[in-house]
Design a protein around this ligand. Sequence first.
Ligand SMILES: Cc1cc2nc3c(=O)[nH]c(=O)nc-3n(C[C@H](O)[C@H](O)[C@H](O)COP(=O)(O)O)c2cc1C
Length: 355
Amino acid sequence: MLFESLKVGPLELPNRALMAPMTRSRAGSGGVPGSQAGLYYAQRAEAGLIVTEGVQPSAIGQGYMDTPGLHTAAQVEGWREVTGAVHAAGGRIFAQLLHTGRVSHPDNNGGLDSLAPSAVPTKEKIYTRTGLADIPVPREMSTKDVEQTVSDFVQAARNAVEAGFDGVELHGANGYLIHQFLAANTNRRNDSYGGSVAGRLRFAVEVAEAVSAAIGAERVGFRMSPENPYNEIEEPDAATVYPALVDALPESLAYVHLIASPDLDLNLELRKRWAGVLVVNATHEQPVHQETIDAWFGRGADALSFGRAWLANPDLLRRLTIGAPLNDPDPATFFGGDHRGYVDYPVLTDSTTAS
Ligand SMILES: Cc1cc2nc3c(=O)[nH]c(=O)nc-3n(C[C@H](O)[C@H](O)[C@H](O)COP(=O)(O)O)c2cc1C
């Protein structure tokens, strides 16, 4: 299955082993992709589809240090080099649009105060240049802020197309802004963007619809992580929220990217309800086990995404094809730093594969 082609919107993916989005915090000044980003992604061009690191759609959408954006002309120019390098190497690449909402710090985004559905603090901490810092209490978004944020996503998606991306993935997972709207513990609003389940879904659906209207739904993916407690999300009603979300998203989206929930029944229910392409990220063990891959295809996944395995193995597909051992990822070089742990993971050579 992993080595079979798959149609995603207008794209024909040559295989179903996607590269999951991974923040690497190596952008240059002004949120322009770093000088080695093109090489890093092009090295991994054999992935069925590359989803980039989270990219902020606006200055205020930036939470972490040294992450790239898609809201200035210089950033678009920088990304054009990256997409050009990936396409020249025969690959396909979507930009992941990530607005971090309350998970932010003014030291990381040029002094801006963070926005969130509600002014709910988190006890999580965040890295800044001076070390680990408390996360400030965010400001509750007004209706005008919501409208502005939707249009920031739209503009960033248009910029992504202009920069040569094949599409965008909306980050609705892992406790960032869209997820903060979905979860009742971070969305305490009682206007039309909160309260009921339908209210909490509304922001996610509006962003997906508006971005789809701007660049075509077949170029838009949506990532979700039901019941993922990361960034202090609590979702006791996930079994109600996520089926309703999947029903409400535009039907012709390129794909839904599901970070598998610990609740297997919920994953199966989402598979049943979503008629489009379903990408599953479920490889929390390292290295990737063949049984896990087989199990998820057996449960109806159309494609799988791998994060750390692609990070540490530019030639992951080849290694999986021949059953070669995988390089181990080095967490010390995940975020920030130089070429080490970024563009220097070794690939197999003919002499290392000869037996
Ligand atoms: C270094 C690193 C950075 C990550 N950054 C992002 C990100 O920007 N956006 C996102 O949706 N997930 C992010 N993730 C989560 C991965 O996409 C993936 O869901 C997770 O690593 C589990 O998959 P794996 O076991 O195949 O690595 C990140 C993970 C890692 C290891």
